[in-house]
Write a protein that binds this ligand. Structure first.
Ligand code: MEV
Length: 415
């Protein structure tokens, strides 16, 4: 893999943006937008939410070095947390050197919607009538959203289950590249009227389910490692399997990547996070989303998660930065974006565990923190290197201390 992004983090912001343009990840218009530090305009924001006051900033960057399904990627991320992008880039580099990541979304990706019925007169009779009208209800659902049907998506299946005092109807819809809340809610509300005509029951509610179990992505990687390291990585996985306190932190690390990508691509981060966390408990216990196994000289990493991500709809088209983020990814469809997201989650977890079972997490964090201080003090590279080394050695990463050393070395070396 040719390293077009070597030393990228050392460049100025302007240089980094220019590299993206030169390598055709962004066009001239996008280049100007970033260079001119533009962001979402208030007139659009005012249409997106209520009582709008302004734009809340979150840093936007790229993680480099990804090799997914044999293709090179740089991955856009919006995050407030230092070290996340550096960790992803570093983890991706190590994995790419070992052949990269394979990531595959399931066939028949579908979203699920529910109608909850209560006050059921006769359960078995009602379920029988509903079963008999299955095809009719699917066709009717599609009439309520002909647009998605014409594009090749639409309602594909419907199931009916008795649960406690309710009959719950599950509608399965291929929403193509949309997250599909509007599509599903329109279909569900539409067919509810027909259902109330068919059986003696009342509708409690009709709404999309965010437990999008038909959007599963499986990603994996394989690294040649020594047995001591491989076993430690496997133990890190066993630890998370054993203990929920660790499993939650492990999965938080996975979401450091996935949520940053879902946010910058204009997606509903809460829906995706709720879905992923629920999936982590699907067997009755909250478990790590990633798995690490050491076998015969190789460390095998994998992740299996639902990712109901979208590339159209909602606020995706409104936000210029979101369009830039998708362009950087070469405008994938929703399925491909979900494969990239799963790969990113796996990489982010690898990077975290790799640091945790070796040097610990603080070393990298402290170095970044120290670098930020030196940038704030406008120190040159030579000054920064000296001051950072001294601060880390003495475990004293403080701005006042940095100023003091900087003053001393400027006197001493006449820098
Ligand atoms: C920090 O944001 C994320 C980690 O705590 C994840 C982990 O412990 O696996 C480093």
């Amino acid at each position: 893999m040719e390293n077009k992004f070597g030393g990228y983090y050392k460049k100025s912001r302007e240089e980094r943006i220019k590299i993206l343009k030169d390598l055709e990840y962004i066009d001239e218009k996008m280049y100007n937008y970033l260079i001119e530090e533009k962001s979402l305009e208030n007139y659009k924001a005012d249409k997106m939410i209520e009582n709008e006051l302004g734009i809340f900033g979150i840093p936007f960057g790229i993680a480099t070095n990804f090799l997914i399904n044999g293709k090179e990627y740089i991955v856009p991320m919006a995050t407030e947390e230092p070290s996340v992008i550096a960790a992803a880039s570093n983890g991706a580099k190590i994995i790419a050197k070992n052949g990269g990541i394979t990531s595959k979304v399931q066939e028949n990706r579908q979203m699920i919607g529910q109608i909850c019925l209560y006050d059921i007169d006769d359960f078995s009779k009602s379920l029988k009538i509903l079963e008999e009208n299955k095809e009719k209800l699917i066709n009717l659902a599609n009439k309520y959203h002909e647009g998605i049907n014409n594009l090749g998506g639409g309602a594909k299946d419907i199931k009916f289950l008795k649960k406690g005092q309710f009959i719950i109807i599950y509608l399965y819809v291929d929403t193509l590249d949309a997250m599909g809340a509007n599509i599903l809610n329109t279909m569900l509300e539409g067919i509810s009227f027909e259902i109330e005509n068919l059986i003696n029951a009342k509708k409690l509610m009709a709404i999309i389910s965010n437990y999008s179990l038909n959007t599963i992505v499986k990603a994996s990687c394989k690294l040649k490692v020594d047995s001591e390291y491989g076993n430690k990585m496997m133990l890190a996985y066993e630890f998370a399997k054993e203990d929920v306190y660790r499993a939650v932190t492990n999965n938080k690390g996975v979401l450091n990547g996935i949520s940053a990508l879902t946010l910058v691509t204009g997606n509903d981060t809460r829906a995706i996070e709720a879905c992923i966390h629920s999936y982590a408990s699907k067997d009755g216990k909250y478990m790590p989303l990633t798995k690490w196994e050491y076998k015969e000289g190789y460390l095998h990493g994998s992740i299996e998660i639902p990712i109901p991500i979208a590339t159209v709809g909602g606020s995706i088209g409104l936000n210029e930065t979101t369009k830039i983020a998708l362009n950087i990814l070469k405008n994938p469809n929703a399925k491909k974006l979900s494969e990239i997201a799963a790969a990113l989650g796996l990489v982010q977890n690898f990077a975290a565990l790799n640091a945790l079972v070796t040097d610990g997490i603080q070393k990298g964090h402290l170095k970044l923190h120290a670098k930020t201080i030196m940038e704030f003090l406008k120190a040159n590279e030579k000054e920064s290197n000296i001051v950072i080394e001294k601060m880390i050695k003495e475990n004293k990463i403080e701005i006042e201390y940095a100023k003091k050393i900087l003053g001393e070395i400027r006197n001493e070396y006449k820098l």
